[in-house]
Each structure stands twice: as structure tokens, then as C-alpha cells.
Design a protein around this ligand. Structure first.
Ligand SMILES: [Fe+2]
Length: 134
């Protein structure tokens, strides 16, 4: 079964943001587990909705933090967040009309790629801005 393991490479050097990211990874792993267990579309849709809800709260938290520390690229970072939320809405809609193996795989791959890329490339810029990481 696919699992994302949290490791220090994922740390952006800011404890409160790392903490959110750890939870987010856990939510994704829950989604992986639900797919692996062959859960039906209703369960997958609900799990995906939890991922979206947590993600939305986390993004608001992260954007507050960026505002607080005067992060210069807040606007473009915010746009990336908004884009993911809208992608999640589309995926949830697709799950509504039934989930097959292909849709589940597509969703998991997309979320894993998005999250890891976003943390490693974009969120680390916040840590660098504050001097928390090199
Ligand atoms: Fe972010």
C-alpha cells in the first residue's frame, strides 16, 4: 500500500506549519488506505472531503503566517492554494458519480505529487524567507 512517510526533508523549519503538513500527510495516508481497502465511492468521497476541509484550514493558517512575516510572494502562493482547492472540488464531483480504480489512482497520484512538490519547492520558500532554513 502506498504511504507517504514524513521525514525531515519535508520540514520547512517552521514548527506550526510542519505540524499542519504532518496532519495533511496523515490525511492523505488515510485516503490511500481507504482506496487500498477498496472502499466504495461514498467513503472515498467523504475521505476526500475531509482532506479538502483540512487543506482549506491549513492554507488559511499558512497564509496568515506569510502575512505575519511579510512573505513577498503571498499572492502567487495564494493562487496555487486556490487552484488546488478547486481541483479538489472537481475530484469530489467526479467521485460523486462513482469511483473506479482509475479515478482513485489518478487522485492519489495527483495529490501526492502536488503536496510533495508544493512543500518541497513553494513552502520551503517561506522558511528561507524567515531564515528558519538555508
Ligand atoms: Fe503552501
Amino acid at each position: 500500500m502506498r504511504t507517504i512517510n514524513w521525514n525531515d526533508d519535508l520540514s520547512v523549519g517552521i514548527a506550526e506549519i510542519d505540524e499542519d503538513h504532518r496532519h495533511l500527510v496523515q490525511y492523505l495516508n488515510d485516503l490511500f488506505a481507504a482506496c487500498f481497502a477498496g472502499q466504495g465511492p461514498a467513503v472515498l468521497k467523504k475521505t476526500l472531503a475531509h482532506v479538502k476541509e483540512y487543506t482549506r484550514v491549513h492554507f488559511a493558517h499558512e497564509e496568515d503566517y506569510m502575512r505575519k512575516v511579510g512573505f513577498p510572494d503571498l499572492q502567487s502562493h495564494h493562487e496555487q492554494h486556490a487552484e488546488l482547492i478547486s481541483e479538489l472540488d472537481d475530484l469530489i464531483e467526479e467521485f460523486e458519480s462513482g469511483a473506479d480504480h482509475e479515478l482513485s489512482n489518478k487522485t492519489l497520484q495527483f495529490l501526492e505529487d502536488w503536496l510533495l512538490h508544493h512543500i518541497l519547492i513553494e513552502d520551503k520558500r517561506i522558511g528561507r524567507h524567515t531564515g528558519a532554513i538555508d
